[in-house]
Design a protein around this ligand. Structure first.
Ligand code: CP3
Length: 345
């Protein structure tokens, strides 16, 4: 069977499929002992920059879980290195930006770069994976401008995004300039991933749920629309954010092929807001910390909410946590295959 007729690719096109395709955000990561063994020998950024090992880690997750799609091992923050933002991952603290944007004039200090020169190692990882596993659909990805801007402005992760929102309100022109720069970088980065062999693209606007509808609509949506318009003829796309229950209709309007849904909202109601599109989600990742009976019950519930409609791709509502038992992750993937292939009564 060729790749375009793979179950994941067909579900993206909302064709009728024999069971629900499944892959998991952060399917490669610290919950795997094999991953931790590799990380004991190199830092996270070294791992991302080492295309051979990054491709291996990507393959390892797919082989172990037998999921229906791979996501290239990289990070949404890698382009910020190229912009000279001073990205590093501090032990236990997550990402740190050493040169944060605090003044309007800081936006002009970002250094523009050539995509191939700056991020060629990611394209190389993609090429190596596609060569190794030519029949496995590969998802390329990038961070969306708002989520990337939040790291640049906050200087790292944040709970309430107060600095980001204050900058957006107080320096609207500089904020728009920043969003425009990040939009251009994101489009070039994603298109180059397709050129390298990615079959589907995912845009992570993980923290956009912090915004009101009106701020999303005026300050973020135009850039996301620009991105999906640029991708439309290149590859199918997935648009994901968390805590987006109040704005899924606007997120859908940005123009992706699929909308990703977190666990806070019931999938049937979410789908109603999204409308005529494929949907990905949305099991609470912490359910994987429970026993098998609960995992089964909640997985069945997600499938019931999807109701066998074409265009459902099973996933978690956010990434797999680092303390998740590997066996529960395997159990979940097997369950989705088994439960979704039963005739619905
Ligand atoms: O399997 C996969 O999903 C592929 C790879 C992937 C990673 N990060 C690897 C990673 C993907 C798709 C991402 C996306 C990403 N990165 C997002 C969007 C998705 C989301 O979670 O909302 C965000 C916000 C980031 C930024 C980021 N990277 C943070 C906040 C952290 C630290 C927190 C954490 O989980 O450690 C990272 C590090 C990171 N990215 C790890 C991995 C496997 C852990 C690094 C390690 O090995 O120590």
């Amino acid at each position: 069977m060729d790749l375009e007729n793979n179950i994941f690719m067909r579900a993206l096109r909302r064709e009728q499929v024999e069971r629900t395709p499944v892959w998991l955000m952060r399917q490669a990561g610290r919950y795997q002992p094999e991953y931790r063994a590799i990380r004991a020998k190199m830092s996270f950024l070294e791992l991302c920059h080492n295309s051979q090992v990054a491709a291996e880690v990507t393959t390892m997750a797919v082989d172990m879980l037998q999921v229906d799609a791979a996501i290239i091992f990289a990070d949404i923050l890698l382009p910020l290195q190229c912009l000279n933002a001073g990205l590093r991952f501090a032990q236990g603290d997550g990402p740190v930006i050493d040169n944060p944007i605090r003044l309007a004039s800081d936006v002009d200090k970002l250094s523009l770069f050539d995509i191939e020169e700056g991020l060629g190692y990611v394209f190389q990882s993609i090429k190596l994976f596609v060569k190794e596993r030519p029949l496995v659909p590969l998802i390329g990805f990038a961070g969306a401008p708002f989520t990337l801007a939040s790291y640049l402005i906050e200087g790292g992760s944040s709970r309430n995004f107060e600095r980001t929102k204050a900058f957006m309100y107080q320096e609207p022109q500089a904020f728009a300039r920043l969003m425009a720069i990040l939009t251009d970088v994101t489009i070039a980065y994603l298109l180059a991933q397709v050129a390298a062999g990615a079959h589907c693209l995912m845009l992570f606007d993980s923290w956009v749920g912090t915004l009101s509808r009106e701020d999303y609509e005026s300050s973020v949506l135009p850039y996301s629309k620009q991105i999906f318009a640029a991708l439309a003829s290149a590859a199918p796309s997935i648009h994901f954010g968390t805590a987006t229950g109040g704005m899924l209709d606007l997120i859908a309007a940005a123009g992706s092929t699929v909308v990703g849904v977190d666990w806070r909202m019931d999938l049937a109601s979410a789908w109603q807001m999204i409308g005529d599109k494929a949907v990905q989600g949305n099991l609470d990742p912490t359910v994987l910390l429970a026993d098998r009976a609960l995992i089964k019950e909640r997985t069945q519930l997600v499938l019931d909410k999807a109701g066998g409609r074409p265009g459902h791709i099973f996933n978690l509502g956010h990434g797999i946590g680092k303390d998740t038992p590997v066996d529960n992750v395997k159990y979940l993937v097997d369950l989705v295959r088994e439960l979704s292939s039963k005739p619905r009564g």
